[in-house]
Design a protein around this ligand. Structure first.
Ligand code: ATP
Ligand code: MG
Ligand code: FE
Length: 344
């Protein structure tokens, strides 16, 4: 089966054709990052307008690169939340229009389920597993007992990991998005020069908190400025990244011990982090589990992951109605609890 995926939840307009839930025939991503860079973050109104301008071209290109006609498609999968509602609506409307015009089944996909399923595109893994979701808006430890079930073991109580990266980068005068810039700088810093606090929270807690760490960096910068000192930005980046990674990895280890799974998948933009990948792999080897990361281009927003996440739904024959809406916030729930209809 061929599934057309569409993703417009934030600042990437993307369309992809994925065969059998695994084989990427095309994955076109039109990024707006240069436009939003001048504002230091995503401007929702600008993002929506850009999606409108891009969506038709991006879908056409995805079909062309895959050498597929609309009539060949088995289903259309689209991100329907969470995200910027105006941005989401562009993708949802495009998906519904094609589904209606060509009588193709429609599937709404949760954006974070998409990030998790990016790992299924390249690795032959199956649940049960633990997913560490670390994106621009989410930081969660999820136990996936089987396809389509998501049980929360922990989540952030304030900022998301990616958000912390972006905010700290901004305070250091680095460009948006901050994650890649800090990751690069961190490798030039000297470990131990600066030490920042780790938010472990209560004993055994798998929740996260990054706002204290962010404030610690702000205080450090502020105090240095008042004293007329200059700190090496690479040392700050190294200290910040070490504090983030320590907590992310050790709480993932707790989740593995608790659930006894053999696989951990890391999902979302921060999964691209070189330091995180290295440290997680080291700990996985020590603890006896396998850590899986998506290939770099599949860590950040793309439509192939949306098509991949739709595949298990498709196989069950569960689809959405054409009254599918877009939601700024949307819980990651079991399929059974979703607003599906079964096609006969
Ligand atoms: P969400 O998926 O929660 O809705 P989003 O779609 O905006 O949010 P993603 O596209 O998954 O987020 O990821 C973008 C985030 O990933 C940004 O915060 C960015 O700074 C971060 N990021 C990207 N590359 C790296 C890296 N190498 N190290 C750390 N963070 C990174
Ligand atoms: Mg993005
Ligand atoms: Fe995302």
């Amino acid at each position: 089966p061929l599934i057309l995926g569409i993703e417009t939840s934030c600042d990437e307009t993307s369309a992809a054709v994925v065969k059998g839930g695994r084989q990427i025939l095309s994955n076109v991503v039109s990024s707006q990052v240069e436009i939003h860079q001048q504002f230091g973050g995503v401007v929702p109104e600008v993002a929506s307008r850009r999606h409108v301008e891009n969506i038709t071209c991006v879908i056409e290109q995805a079909l062309r690169e895959a050498d597929v006609q609309l009539a060949d498609l088995s289903a259309i999968a689209v991100t329907y939340g969470p995200g910027l509602v105006g941005a989401l609506l562009v993708g949802v409307t495009a998906a519904k229009s094609i589904a209606y015009a060509k009588s193709i089944p429609l599937l709404g996909v949760h954006h974070i389920a998409g990030h998790i399923y990016a790992n299924f595109l390249t690795e032959g893994i199956t649940p049960p597993l633990v997913a560490l979701v670390v994106s621009g808006g989410h930081t969660e430890l999820v136990y996936m007992k089987e396809h389509g079930t998501f049980e929360f073991l922990g989540r952030t109580r304030d900022d998301a990991a990616g958000e912390a990266y972006d905010k700290v980068a901004r305070s250091m005068g680095l460009p948006y998005p901050g994650g890649p810039a800090i990751d690069r700088l961190a490798h030039e810093g000297t470990p131990g020069t600066i030490v920042l606090p780790r938010a472990w929270l209560e004993e055994g807690s798998m929740d996260f908190s990054f706002s204290g760490l962010k404030s610690a960096v702000l205080n450090l910068l502020h105090n240095a400025e008042q004293r007329g000192q200059t700190l090496n930005p690479a040392d700050i980046a190294e200290a910040f990244q070490a504090a983030v990674i320590d907590v992310l990895v050790e709480k993932t280890v707790l989740a593995v011990r608790k659930t006894n799974v053999k696989h951990v998948v890391v999902a979302g933009g921060v999964a691209a982090n070189r330091g995180l990948r290295k440290r997680m792999e080291e700990r996985a080897a020590e603890e006896g589990f396998v850590a899986v990361f998506p290939p770099l281009p599949l860590c950040t927003d793309n439509a192939a992951m949306i098509a991949a996440a739709a595949y298990p739904f498709y196989k069950k024959g569960w689809f959405h109605d054409l009254d599918l809406n877009a939601y700024a916030s949307l819980p990651l729930i079991k399929w059974e609890e979703g607003p599906f209809q079964e096609l006969g």
